[in-house]
Design a protein around this ligand. Structure first.
Ligand SMILES: Cc1ncc(COP(=O)(O)O)c(C=O)c1O
Length: 482
């Protein structure tokens, strides 16, 4: 049997140096570079080795072939999608967690109890009610959404006199859910997987800034009831992925209560924004939701993967997922049973240690400071965009996403669309900042998502300089090819 020996110890120390150097060097290197064909094929075409290699050789491969080619999200000048830099404390914790390597399905071991604590911490951070057992860590919000919407579906079916676990949905009147056009695609994916049918996920209107319009929701519910369908769910956003808009939770909660709808909030990206005093008011009523899905691996910087599902009623989760085959009976599990009774995974990774470390290293105050820093910088960036004659701010900055486009005077709409569609990649290829795009209400835009508390004002200035410079090049190219 293998035992820890000097080789392992020296390789572990070297790995720690390698990782520290890597993190240290991020601000000074290109944010992202395309991989050259040789570097790509050195990975793609790796041959299955017949004989093993020692730790030092493995580390050399990691150092030379893997770590020089990051996605870019560790850099303070990465503004793409919703991917954060890892909290260094979380990086350290991940090593210890993999050394212990438990299955956090349940039982009486440290990881299980720590998960109960950090789920409670997450609920406390965002001000969500937390009954014992009312949540668990998941791979991300896509999975947390499936977990929450499964509970919503089962409650609705039960209320209609249906046992969906035994009988499925066949024969039931359609259950109808309501989303806005700004909802993340994971909501539709969950609805499809749960057999609800994307056709029965109705898109309700939004106002000019992308918020759910409650009167539109009320009308849609009335129409569906009149047609014999069963309205059961409304999904609101605590920060849409496109522009960071936060839906009006209070009025949605009122309507959901009056109509008996399960009120779910997608807080994947933005729920932790509630920690910022300046924007906290936008989140009033989020605590009235039946469920909240959110991602510690986004704004909290917990190393991927880590999502979280929080629910108001723990019994709804357990009633949806609990199956305890005889080989898993465990008297030591306690009243709450196993985590695997509350979600889809049986063997579950030790995610809680990196969550604990990422929060405990900064404390609540430090986490709140980091969140507020990003939101304040986003507002500043939005102000600069607004004041720049070559740029156009396309949505109010409500959280830490700035949605804008390059549009100097005299550029017609069609050209602006063409240029802005190509602009994100043009900026990325220059390697100095990284930003991604989206289409919002038919308009091609760039969306800068700020999640890194070490991003400086100079980084933000560089972002705008790069966008304008790459935009001018594209525009010149468009003019010469016309
Ligand atoms: C608003 C929103 N919801 C859901 C998701 C999906 O989360 P995950 O990628 O963790 O599954 C994302 C991902 O960016 C998101 O921004």
């Amino acid at each position: 049997m293998w035992r820890v020996d000097d080789d392992f110890r020296s390789a572990a120390l070297a790995a720690a140096e390698l990782v520290a150097d890597y993190l240290d060097g991020l601000p000074g290197r290109p944010v992202w570079e395309p991989m050259d064909p040789a570097a790509r094929s050195a990975l793609l075409d790796l041959e299955l080795p017949e004989e093993g290699a020692d730790f030092a050789a493995l580390l050399k491969t990691v150092e030379e072939r893997v770590m020089p080619h990051p996605m870019g999200n560790g850099s303070p000048r990465f503004f793409g999608w919703v991917n954060s830099a890892p909290q260094p404390a979380g990086v350290l914790a991940a090593l210890a967690a993999s050394a212990m390597n438990p299955s956090s399905a349940g039982g009486d071991h440290a990881d299980v109890h720590l998960e109960r604590a950090v789920v409670r911490w997450i609920a406390e951070l965002v001000g969500f009610p937390h009954p014992a057992g009312g949540g668990l860590l998941t791979s991300g919000t896509s999975m947390a959404t499936i977990v929450c919407l499964a509970a919503a579906r089962n409650r609705a079916a039960r209320t209609a006199g249906w046992d969906v676990r035994a009988d499925g949905l066949a024969g039931m009147p359609p259950l109808v859910g309501y989303v806005t056009g700004e909802a993340h695609s994971c909501v539709r994916k969950a609805a499809e997987l749960l057999g609800l049918g994307s056709r029965h996920l109705r898109v309700v209107p939004t106002d000019a800034d992308g918020h759910l319009v409650v009167d539109g929701l009320r009308r849609a519910v009335a129409e569906d009831r009149a047609a014999g369908r069963l309205p059961f769910l409304v999904v609101a956003s605590a920060g849409t992925v496109g522009t960071g808009a936060v839906d009006p939770f209070g009025p949605i909660a009122d309507l959901a209560a009056a109509e008996g709808l399960w009120f779910h909030v997608d807080g994947a990206y933005g729920a932790f924004g509630v920690l910022d005093e300046e924007i906290r008011h936008r989140y009033a009523g989020m605590d009235r939701a039946d469920s909240l899905a959110l991602d510690p691996h986004k704004w909290l910087g917990v190393p991927v993967d880590c999502g979280c599902a929080l629910v108001r009623d723990a019994d709804e989760l357990r009633g949806t997922f609990s199956l305890v085959p005889s080989y898993l009976r465990d008297d030591a599990a306690g009243d709450l049973g196993w985590f695997s009774e509350y979600g889809t995974e049986q063997t579950r990774p030790f995610r809680s240690l990196k969550v604990w470390a990422s929060i405990a290293h900064r404390g609540r105050a430090g986490v709140a400071r980091d969140v507020a820093h990003c939101a304040a910088q986003a507002r500043r960036l939005g102000g600069w965009v607004d004041a720049d004659a070559d740029l156009e701010l396309l949505a109010p900055v409500e959280t830490s996403i700035v949605a804008f486009r390059y549009r100097p005077a005299g550029v017609d709409e069609e050209t602006a669309q063409r240029i802005n569609a190509r602009l994100p990649v043009a900026v990325q290829l220059r390697g100095r900042v990284f930003v991604t795009g989206a289409v919002y209400r038919g308009t091609e835009l760039l969306r800068a998502c700020l999640l890194n508390a070490s991003t400086t004002d100079a980084d933000l200035r560089l972002l705008l300089d790069e966008v304008k410079s790459a935009g001018a090049e594209l525009l010149a190219g468009a003019r010469t090819s016309n």
